[in-house]
Design a protein around this ligand. Structure first.
Ligand code: AMP
Length: 537
């Protein structure tokens, strides 16, 4: 074999070293409800060394899992590096999951420690007896007034570490992080990201024809660090030396806009709900966002009208699509040079598409027989993908096989059309999961609960468009004959509220005589959406 290039491992250590060595004075700022915190990459680097050493002294072994249960802040960033770089695995827990799902996930991942924001501690204290493997809770003090009990304090732990930690040279395929998907009635599925995947993903996010993260940027990730790695932005930003801004424990539109204005943010990133909430404030001229060059928006479809409204304010929304299983970046709606001369309406159409596969990611669209469909902007099919940051399996899960084609492509479950220019446009999902504010709501779970009500004969729940949250659940209910005309929305809502978080509760109720069914007797949700989605608006 010819001698070629060096066998240089693509690990987070390179990402960390580059950022802290070349950009020691760049700032990392954390907002939130308390006072704003700021420090430099240099200080972040020093604390990452101490933290890694402290965890080693606590007995953390390579390969073991440390979970986090927290908002976006600088200490979360420290853990993003300290834990994977010592060969252990950082497991970000989604703070919005149901309690029994959290128990399942913590036990399935066999987490040894959980680092939790103090304001979120009561949830975990309640669940602690259901965790099989957790030895200690470690508390990040965010100023909340909660009893800490016998949990360790993050700052005390960090202070117990040595000034310098010798990070091992890791194999680039070592697991660095893990994250669980959610939203189905089934148990969540875990995905583990390798160092190589996260490093290449950082390159991918930094390309000009992607999110173009650079050392000139000030990046605000409103997208949570507990869901799909905050779109990989903390790593990409560190790799290139961007100033980083975190919203802390408040994602309220006013706070986010205040941070963007005060810190001179150039790149903001968040789900459509955030930008929908911010729009009236921006239209009222309350904030000066003249430093912003682009706003990455994804997680659920960014409405065309939203993109248009931001355009009119001189703010450029860049639509992106991704999945937990893809670390998560899959495609970005880039301004194609061929479209420069196109009609503004056509340009907007493409801006509202989910865009082109990011370099590194390959995309195909298959019909029901597994054949590739034409790239004609009309033929629908399931999007399949492969690439160095696409998961190869679900962690320790015998449901994995169903999500991959026989030749190893990942089946996204998204139904799309592919335009002749390679732009992906999402048309629907194979599953009927409802996306509300970037989080998933299981329609089946709500239906099952509703059908358990003594006055309900049948119920189906579908997602209907919502300006603020993208989608909200609508319940289509057939009452038992004896309760026809007497069962009320209020009583069903009160009934569901005993089992579900408030944001899961259906926004609309429709009382019907019967529900449309498919040939095999299943609820025909496609037909329901077509028939009833407009009723709610
Ligand atoms: P999650 O893994 O929770 O981030 O969810 C991934 C799913 O969210 C994808 O499979 C899509 O169904 C949906 N999704 C993500 N981004 C977009 C987008 N820009 N437009 C439409 N759907 C999206």
């Amino acid at each position: 074999m010819l001698g070629t290039t060096m066998d240089f491992p693509l690990t987070l250590q390179h990402v960390f070293e580059r950022g802290t060595q070349l950009f020691p004075n760049r700032e990392i700022v954390t907002g939130g409800l308390g006072p704003r915190h700021r420090y430099t990459y240099r200080e972040m680097g020093q604390r990452v060394h101490r933290l890694a050493s402290a965890f080693q002294r606590l007995g953390l072994q390579p390969g073991e899992r440390v979970a986090t249960f927290g908002w976006n802040h600088y200490r979360h960033l420290e853990m993003y590096f300290a834990i994977p770089m010592q060969g252990a695995v950082l497991h970000t827990l989604n703070i919005r999951l149901f309690h029994d799902q959290l128990t399942y996930i913590v036990n399935h991942a066999a987490d040894r420690f959980i680092v939790v924001d103090r304001s979120l501690l009561p949830v975990l204290q309640k669940l602690a007896p259901t965790f099989d493997t957790v030895e200690k809770l470690i508390v990040v003090d965010d100023g909340a007034d909660c009893e800490v009990g016998d949990a360790l304090d993050y700052e005390e732990l960090l202070a117990s570490g040595a000034e310098h930690f010798d990070f091992p040279r890791l194999d680039e395929n070592t697991a660095a992080m893990m994250c669980y998907t959610s939203g189905t009635t089934d148990n969540p599925k875990g995905v583990a990201y390798s160092h190589r995947a996260l490093t290449l993903h950082s390159f991918g996010a930094s390309l000009a024809d992607s999110l173009g993260v650079s050392q000139r940027d000030t990046v605000l990730a409103v997208v949570p660090m507990f869901h799909a790695n905050a779109w990989g932005l903390p790593y990409a930003s560190t790799l290139v030396g961007a100033k980083q801004v975190f919203p802390g424990n408040s994602m309220a539109a006013e706070r986010v806009l205040e941070l963007m204005q005060d810190e001179g943010v150039t790149l903001g990133a968040g789900v459509p709900t955030i930008w929908i909430g911010a729009l009236p404030l921006l239209q009222a001229g309350k904030y000066d966002l003249s430093t912003v060059t682009r706003i990455a928006c994804g997680g659920s479809a960014a409405p065309r009208g939203l993109i248009d409204a931001y355009d009119k304010l001189g703010l450029n929304i860049v639509h992106a699509w991704g999945m937990t299983e893809m670390s998560p970046l899959g495609s970005v709606s880039v301004p194609l040079v061929e479209l420069d001369a196109a009609d503004p309406a056509v340009r907007l159409d493409f801006k509202a598409c989910q865009g082109m596969a990011v370099p590194g990611v390959e995309a195909r669209v298959l019909d029901g027989d597994g054949q590739q469909v034409a790239w004609d902007g009309q033929t629908m099919g399931e999007l399949i993908v492969r690439g160095p940051w696409v998961t190869a399996t679900y962690y320790n899960d015998d449901r994995s096989a169903a999500s991959f084609t026989s030749d190893g492509w990942f089946r996204t479950g998204d139904i799309v059309v592919m335009h002749p220019n390679g732009f992906i446009e999402i048309a629907d999902r194979t599953k009927d999961v409802i996306k509300s504010g970037g989080e998933w709501i299981s329609s089946v779970a709500l239906e099952n609960a509703l059908m358990a009500h003594p006055k309900v004969q049948e119920a189906a729940v579908i997602g209907v468009p919502d300006e603020r949250w993208s989608e909200r659940p609508m319940a289509c209910v057939v009452p038992r004959p004896e309760f026809k005309g007497t069962v009320t929305e209020e009583e069903l809502s009160t009934f569901l509220a005993q089992q579900f978080a408030k944001w899961w509760l259906p926004e609309h109720y429709l009382f019907l005589v019967e529900l449309p069914k498919t040939s095999v007797g299943k609820f025909d949700k496609k037909a329901m959406r077509a028939q009833y989605a407009q009723v709610s608006i």
